[in-house]
Write a protein that binds this ligand. Structure first.
Ligand SMILES: Cc1cc2nc3c(=O)[nH]c(=O)nc-3n(C[C@H](O)[C@H](O)[C@H](O)COP(=O)(O)OP(=O)(O)OC[C@H]3O[C@@H](n4cnc5c(N)ncnc54)[C@H](O)[C@@H]3O)c2cc1C
Length: 286
């Protein structure tokens, strides 16, 4: 296997032209790639392109309308960021509950998105906040909503010569939370995870509500039937049944489909009763 480590996007694109016809992989933190190759060496490509020296892909910056996160920003940097904590607390919380300290220092947001796992912990928050993914390729860049970027487990619409360069988060002043249930407290892949992004009136009733869940379908799903029911005044005990409409969980080594269905509904009910109690009580009174 050949190894190449470009210093810039320009250098990467010049190099890509020289290896047409060969299989290649982009390496960021390697926390998904390395275990995958360990399990099956035949997945190793002809050329490995390590993008960690591409300085333009690091860091978190802001402008009036959005917060922009470079694809190589680590989970630890997201966890530490005050800006993310203040404006996108679901992502901050997902980073806090992500793996253990060593993995958090290595794993990147770009890797979590491109790996496209149905259980990826940053994904529910990115979906619910309507994040857009910037891709850079030989013909320039394009922005795609994260929900269009991921099309199945491990599958994205990224073209072979493209890489993810940035994640754009619109600043809408919404509040948000993240919940993860794993088989243990840390170093665990989610059995279910979800994010709730919402805004409230001064009387605490919801003005907007976006709920997304992971590990209950081939990709992250919007629990639209449930959130519409809540917004339309359906009592929580009835509304919760609508969760079933948007999910299609499977049995795997971590949990059965039935367990996932039940636990998702139970933790959502708990969250709306306790964590979002003010907003929901006002809403139930209508
Ligand atoms: C012990 C352990 C614990 C873990 N715990 C969690 C957890 O709690 N929650 C969770 O969600 N995940 C967890 N993971 C999975 C993994 O750490 C994350 O998915 C991580 O974010 C991947 O990032 P990376 O930079 O290491 O990606 P890599 O392994 O480098 O890459 C992953 C995939 O994305 C591609 N890629 C990476 N960056 C780019 C880019 N900029 N442009 C184009 N393609 C790119 C690579 O080619 C590869 O296909 C865990 C993994 C391990 C080993």
């Amino acid at each position: 296997m050949k190894y190449f480590c470009p210093n810039s996007i320009d250098e990467l694109h010049k190099f890509l032209k020289t290896i047409r016809g060969l299989s290649m992989s982009i390496l960021a933190g390697g926390t998904d790639l390395m275990p995958r190759w360990e399990q099956n060496k035949r997945l190793m490509p002809d050329v490995l392109i390590d993008i960690k020296k591409m300085g333009e892909l690091f860091g978190i910056r802001e402008n009036e309308n959005e917060i922009i996160i470079g694809a190589l920003t680590t989970i630890q940097d997201i966890k530490k960021s005050k800006l993310i904590y203040n404006e996108f607390s679901s992502l901050s919380e997902a980073a806090r509950q992500f793996a253990g300290v060593q993995i958090r220092h290595r794993a990147t947001i770009g890797g979590n998105i491109c790996n496209a796992s149905p259980a990826g912990d940053l994904l529910p928050g990115l979906y619910a906040h309507h994040a857009e993914i910037q891709l850079i390729g030989p013909n320039g860049h394009r922005l795609i909503p994260v929900s269009d970027f991921i099309v199945g487990p491990g599958k994205t619409v990224m073209e072979p010569e493209e890489i993810v360069s940035e994640i754009h988060l619109p600043r809408k002043g919404e509040k948000s939370l993240f919940y993860k249930l794993g088989l243990r407290r840390s170093m665990a892949i989610a059995v279910v995870n979800f994010a709730v992004v919402y805004n409230t009136n001064p009387d605490n009733s919801f003005t907007s509500l976006n709920i997304t869940a992971g590990a209950v379908a081939p990709t992250i799903v919007f629990l639209k039937s449930f959130s519409d029911a809540i917004m339309n005044g359906v009592p929580l005990d009835e509304a919760i049944r609508f969760v079933e409409k948007d999910i299609s969980p499977i049995n795997d080594i971590r949990a059965t489909a039935n367990y996932r269905r039940t636990v998702l509904k139970n933790v959502l009910k708990y969250t709306f009763r306790h964590e979002l109690a003010d907003a929901h009580e006002e809403y139930e009174e209508k």
